[in-house]
Write a protein that binds this ligand. Structure first.
Ligand code: DX5
Ligand code: ZN
Length: 233
């Protein structure tokens, strides 16, 4: 099927959830050298999701190791108290799940007030209607293509239709004078499915196990970009 819309530049955001936590500084330097665009930083609290990971202190520790934007994905409840802590720790982008915030509009504003880009994250069963009154306040829309909590899960195919829906919303918003919004996808992204995910409208690809599970990060990222380029051909 011929592509008619203008194709966005793709960004690869390795998720350090699958990195070797015993040497995170080296791991983020290695993915940066391998051609990553963002560092995806998964924060889990054993309350909003059934797992426990890393917080602002770890963000601060990796900050000097890379110049790339650090994309903090908050899977926590409540959200607001962590926002200034991550901004201070060097985060560039902070996304959160709307169900986890009592006041979504306020949390989005708080993230921007702290000097970061703000984003909403949609679980597989979370409708895009949460965007209805806040499109002007989001810099990133992140669609989960797995249920949040763990790396290494399989991509949920229904995400493709949801990506097309989100792409339409973003394009309409930009055409009517709105700010640009990144469309990020998270969960089960691999070399063998990134092409169709890009074709569905995503422009930013989180990949954890697909990258950190392999010996050669450069090779994985190069092969991902090759697949994406096939859509542009
Ligand atoms: C899941 C996390 C993801 C995870 C993706 O809750 O938000 O960022 O690291 O891992 P993969 O790419 O292995 O599915
Ligand atoms: Zn994530």
């Amino acid at each position: 099927m011929p592509e008619t819309r203008a194709l966005p530049t793709a960004r690869i955001a390795p998720s350090i959830l699958s990195a070797d936590f015993a040497c995170l500084g080296q791991e983020v330097r290695d993915v940066a050298a391998a051609g990553a665009d963002w560092i995806h930083f998964d924060v889990m609290d054993n309350h909003y999701v059934p797992n426990l990971t890393i917080g602002p202190m770890v963000c601060e520790a990796i900050r000097p190791h890379v110049d790339l934007p650090i994309d903090v994905h908050l899977m926590v409840e409540p959200v607001d108290s962590l926002v200034p802590m991550f901004a201070k720790a060097g985060a560039n982008i902070i996304t959160f799940h709307p169900e986890a915030s009592r006041h979504v509009d306020r949390t989005l504003a708080l993230i921007r007030d702290q000097g970061c880009q703000a984003g909403l994250v949609f679980n597989p069963a979370t409708p895009l209607e949460w965007l209805n009154h806040v499109m002007d306040k989001v810099d990133v829309i992140l669609l989960m293509s797995v249920n949040p909590g763990y790396g290494g899960q399989s991509f949920i195919p229904a995400t493709l239709a949801k990506l097309r829906q989100a792409r339409t919303l973003i394009d309409r918003h930009v055409q009517s004078g709105g700010q640009p919004i990144a469309l990020e996808v998270d969960g089960g992204v691999k070399i063998d499915n990134i092409r169709e995910i890009y074709a569905a409208g995503a422009d930013t690809f989180v990949a954890g196990s697909a990258i950190f599970g392999q010996p050669d990060y450069t090779d994985v990222i190069r092969r991902m970009r090759e697949q994406i380029a096939l859509v542009q051909a």
